[in-house]
Write a protein that binds this ligand. Structure first.
Ligand code: ZN
Ligand code: ZN
Length: 145
């Protein structure tokens, strides 16, 4: 497999516990679709549905897919400020130097946000339950006696 950027050989490497094909000269890496998911799941526990849309829109590039040679398309990873490339035939994603680490950071933030959101919803639900409970209403009535 050749690097879509500099045409060097890609070397199978394990990064962040995920198998990737790594280019030693430009330090980019090729991840199959499921490998990108694996990478995200290293830090993200809420499951696929909670991740939202990965690719919103993409633009053509001049780099070619190492599997099928079609031109890769560039997109913003989950609408973050992180450019990646993908093969439209779903072969995988091209990440530049250290972008896999960025993915982990972004996914960690995403998970923290979801945790905050769930916590807030839980608190609100208990507050509502509390308000509907008789004891709460009687307390309110007492206030107006
Ligand atoms: Zn390269
Ligand atoms: Zn392809």
């Amino acid at each position: 497999m050749k690097c879509p950027k500099c045409n060097s050989d890609l070397i199978p490497t394990i990064r962040h516990k995920v198998d990737v094909n790594y280019c030693q000269s430009c330090k980019g890496m090729w991840l199959e679709c499921k490998e990108l998911e694996q990478l995200e799941d290293e830090v993200f526990d809420f499951g696929e549905h909670a991740k939202g849309t990965l690719v919103f829109s993409s633009t053509p590039t001049t780099a070619k897919c190492p599997e099928c040679n079609t031109f890769l398309r560039s997109f913003k990873y989950r609408l973050y400020d992180l450019e990646m490339e993908l093969c439209e035939n779903q072969h995988g994603y091209w990440l530049d130097d250290d972008e896999d680490t960025r993915v982990l950071e972004l996914m960690k933030e995403e998970e923290a946000d979801l945790q905050r959101k769930f916590l807030a919803e839980e608190k609100w639900a208990t507050t509502l339950k509390h308000m509907r409970s008789g004891s709460f209403l009687s307390k309110v009535r007492e206030l107006f006696r």
